[in-house]
Design a protein around this ligand. Structure first.
Ligand code: ZN
Length: 339
């Protein structure tokens, strides 16, 4: 059984629409622990989200049910994807009546034209812009809100070994990813991603973009421009926690393989990160609990591309996320703590 709740008892099967109706019954009655429910709904989001579609309106219409749905924004997004305009209206009305984070997340998850118009209206009427931006949603000065991520998400798995010509290499020499390693603040290479393998990304002038590290454990942002080979140049590092010590790393190399979500992953504690070999995700929204970078040039919220744990190639501590501004050809890599 790939569903492994840490608390709340044995899992139930989710092998048919009737099983999903039984799970929604538990949500309605509130007779199971939120973490138990969350792990089941994460599995449903990763396997057969279409079976949840008949229940979208039931859950959204009842604030108590919505409050019990203890999920990551990434999973909520899959489950509420394309919910009806009536759902949008219900959420918008509740937000205007009494603004709350949970309703804003639910509205953010829907992703239809009506939902994106409602988000922009909400922010222009005083709703909390930061909550939307943390979920990867940008509200421009005029017009509807925009998703700054692709809804097509995949997991990243790591295979150790020597694969310098891999599509998604792990552990390249720094001169392959930055134009001038002698002056660059970049001190580590985690992963280069071939962007053509990530559906829904904006156009980009290079084949690959790079997740790199700086000599700091956590909480930093690197902005860079790209040269014609896709290497980083004009790097600007912003540190929240600076360290004078050299942080050590594990120089193992390997390759990343992108895999779809599905029933072969291990769903535990509401996520798949405990699946052997899984080290992150490409596509999907950002983590949703930290500010996401805005482009230093045009100020647009940057496009979230991938998030990996430092375990992909041990160096520093926490999550490393990659963002693009397709208009300015600028990248950002951020380092944040565990959520
Ligand atoms: Zn820009």
């Amino acid at each position: 059984m790939p569903i492994k709740p840490l608390r709340g008892g044995e899992p139930i099967p989710l092998d048919s629409p009737d099983d999903v109706a039984a799970l929604v019954g538990h949500l309605s009655r509130g007779d199971r622990e939120p973490a138990w429910l969350g792990t089941h709904f994460a599995y449903l989001a990763g396997t057969r989200p279409e079976w949840f579609q008949p229940h979208q309106e039931t859950v959204i219409a009842d604030p108590r049910l919505l409050a019990r749905l203890d999920l990551s924004f990434a999973d909520l997004r899959v489950l509420f994807d394309g919910a009806s305009d009536r759902c949008v209206e219900l959420l918008y009305r509740r937000l205007r009546d009494r603004w709350s984070f949970g309703e804003a997340w639910a509205l953010s998850a829907i992703g239809t034209d009506a939902a994106l118009v409602a988000i922009a209206d909400d922010v222009r009427q005083g709703g909390d812009r930061e909550v939307y931006e943390e979920s990867g949603i940008w509200i421009p000065p005029a017009g509807p809100a925009e998703y700054r991520f692709t809804p097509h998400r995949q997991v990243i798995t790591l295979e150790a070994g020597d694969f310098p010509a891999a599509d998604h290499p792990v552990g390249l020499p720094l001169d392959r990813v930055v134009r001038d390693p002698s002056t660059s603040p970049v001190s580590w290479h985690y992963l280069s991603l071939r962007l053509a393998d990530i559906p829904g990304l904006p156009a980009w002038p290079a084949t690959h973009a790079h997740l790199i590290g700086l000599n700091s454990w956590c909480m930093w942002t690197l902005f860079a421009e790209v040269d014609s080979d896709g290497r980083y140049e004009a790097e600007q590092a912003v540190f929240e926690d600076e360290t004078d010590d050299e942080i050590g790393g594990d120089p193992t190399t390997g390759r990343a393989v992108l895999r779809p979500y599905g029933p072969d992953l291990l769903y535990c504690n509401g996520h798949v990160d405990l699946t052997p070999g899984v080290v992150g995700t490409v596509g999907g929204p950002p983590l949703g609990i930290y500010p996401n970078p805005s482009c230093p040039s045009c100020k647009r919220l940057m496009f979230h591309t991938a998030t990996v744990s430092h375990h992909i190639r041990e160096y520093g501590d926490g999550w490393r996320s990659l963002y693009l501004c397709e208009d300015c050809h600028t990248v950002a890599v951020t380092a944040t703590g565990w959520n």
